[in-house]
Write a protein that binds this ligand. Structure first.
Ligand code: ZN
Ligand code: ZN
Length: 138
């Protein structure tokens, strides 16, 4: 999604488009590392020193509602935000928290098969594999 599409989507859904809000959207939507709200705040605050954490949470909730990001919640760690909303596997390091995506057509096909076979009407999905990544093993 480019900037124009995002702006028009926000406007269409009745939301004010502020430069801060746009910067937050850009940061999370272009990120592949599944950032926390805190990480997004730190990065965007460099550009907009007056930024508040509330604005970050507001905007992330908005993107969630628009189905543009998924929130990956964890028991004892802060949530991570994932702009990849298609069916994929998150490979999550239990030590350093690094998350990378694994995506293949086979996963999507199998997913569709399960939905069909079980007559499901999914309202969401999340596939995780927990690992200790190569960096952490060395
Ligand atoms: Zn992911
Ligand atoms: Zn690691």
């Amino acid at each position: 999604m480019n900037k124009e599409q995002l702006v028009s989507m926000l406007r269409k859904t009745g939301h004010k488009v502020t430069p801060q809000r746009l910067a937050i959207c850009k940061e999370v939507l272009s990120s592949q590392e599944h950032p926390t709200a805190e990480m997004i705040f730190e990065r965007v605050a460099k550009q907009y020193p007056g930024l508040s954490m509330t604005t970050v949470y507001h905007t992330l909730n908005l993107l969630k509602k628009l189905e543009l990001v998924h929130e990956l919640g964890f028991n004892s760690k802060p949530s991570r935000f994932d702009p990849n909303t298609s069916t994929h596997i998150n490979i999550i390091c239990q030590k350093c928290g690094k998350i990378s995506d694994y995506q293949s057509e086979a996963i999507q096909d199998y997913w569709n098969r399960i939905v069909l076979e079980m007559k499901l009407e999914p309202v969401g999905q999340r596939l995780d594999i927990y690992v200790v990544c190569e960096d952490c093993r060395n």
